[in-house]
Design a protein around this ligand. Structure first.
Ligand SMILES: Cc1ncc(COP(=O)(O)O)c(C=O)c1O
Length: 345
């Protein structure tokens, strides 16, 4: 049975209207030897520096309403009227950095608390940024997957609200809400290409658990006037979506630690995997070296400061361009995060 996913970007836009600094992020376009390169620049998204800011806050608001209805047995009051109720509620999640920051910012905005579990591999600079958003930080396990297990136990034991960005059997609603938030990016892109009257032939989207790739692919297939090829890009140390696709079922992969820290997920999100199966996408992996080179290219050629995770889509495009023979390519890549000052990758 496919996992249901029926996002309504209009609901997210309505929520974002009340967010202090929401505005569409820019699309930059560059002429290259292979044609036109479009870059969706998420490096300054909502002051949090990554597209993930679209997901956590929206999900926090919806889940608070769910909790209200569960406890009070009445429909929740309008957004913004839940602060008093929210102050005793803690959102719990694991994060490779950005999702935790989005949840922490969302909880703070709503008047709730946040407790974020970080694996040992996550750099201290992310812990500092989380604390600056008012979250408490717990170091849990050596891998991302261990931090997810710790967050799940924590929420169970403390009656916190588990707000993971990945889904698994029996756990769908919170990550589906996070992905609904990401659909805003697809709508911003659609508006941009519609106004321009020109569409990309290839869309490169990097994946960790696949939430962003799933949300974008769903929206592109649902309502873009001109259909591109969609390339889902993973580190070669963590191709969990490609391997799940090949196996036709949810697969956990093994591999070394990647320099694409935010993409270094060894297990996919169930909803994302299900959506991507229906969306006619192809998979490509990139090496740590290619991602680091693409990070430099972003900086030197396009003036965009990002990380290997943020540059993975460009790395995939570059591998692909060397094989291309014509000069009219139109490709979209996403710089999914800005470089964090003080971070090594
Ligand atoms: C900067 C960045 N890019 C890409 C991703 C991948 O997103 P997803 O895990 O939804 O596939 C993440 C996830 O944390 C991220 O922080």
């Amino acid at each position: 049975m496919p996992t249901p996913f029926s996002p309504d970007p209009a609901r997210v836009f309505a929520f974002l209207k009340r967010w202090p600094i929401y505005r569409p992020t820019p699309v930059r376009d560059f002429k290259t030897a292979a044609g036109t390169l479009f870059v969706k620049d998420e490096t300054a998204r909502m002051g949090l520096g990554a597209f993930k800011a679209l997901g956590g806050p929206f999900a926090v608001a919806r889940l608070l309403e769910d909790r209200w209805t569960e406890v009070m047995k009445t429909p929740a009051p309008a957004d913004g009227k839940l602060r008093d109720f929210a102050k005793d509620i803690t959102f719990v999640c694991a994060s490779a950095g950005n999702h935790g920051l989005a949840v922490a910012a969302g909880a703070r905005h709503a008047g709730a608390r946040a407790r974020i579990h970080l694996a040992a591999t996550v750099q201290q600079v992310f812990a500092d940024r989380l604390e600056a958003q008012g979250a408490s930080v717990v170091r849990s396990g050596d891998t991302y997957e261990e931090s997810v297990a710790a967050a799940t136990r924590d929420a169970d034991e403390t009656n916190g609200i588990l707000l993971a960005d990945a889904s698994w059997p029996g756990y769908h609603r919170p990550p589906a809400l996070v992905m609904e938030g990401y659909t805003v990016m697809a709508e911003e892109l659609r508006a941009y290409f519609e106004a321009r009257g020109e569409w990309p032939m290839d869309v490169f989207v990097q994946a960790g658990v696949g939430g962003l790739a799933g949300a974008l692919a769903h929206m592109i297939r649902a309502n873009w006037a001109v259909q591109p090829r969609i390339v889902v890009v993973e580190p070669d140390a963590a191709p969990c979506l490609r391997e799940s696709h090949r196996a036709g079922k949810f697969v956990k992969v093994e591999g070394p630690v990647s320099n694409m820290g935010r993409l270094d997920c060894k297990e996919p999100s169930l909803i994302a995997f299900d959506i991507l199966r229906r969306c006619d996408v192809v998979y490509q992996t990139v090496s740590d070296g290619a991602a680091a080179a693409a990070q430099r290219k972003f900086q030197e050629a396009y003036g965009i400061t990002t990380t290997p995770s943020g540059a993975a889509g460009l790395a995939a495009l570059q591998a692909h361009e060397s094989a291309r023979t014509h000069e009219n390519a139109k490709a979209l890549v996403i710089a999914t995060e800005g470089a964090v000052s003080g971070a090594k990758i």
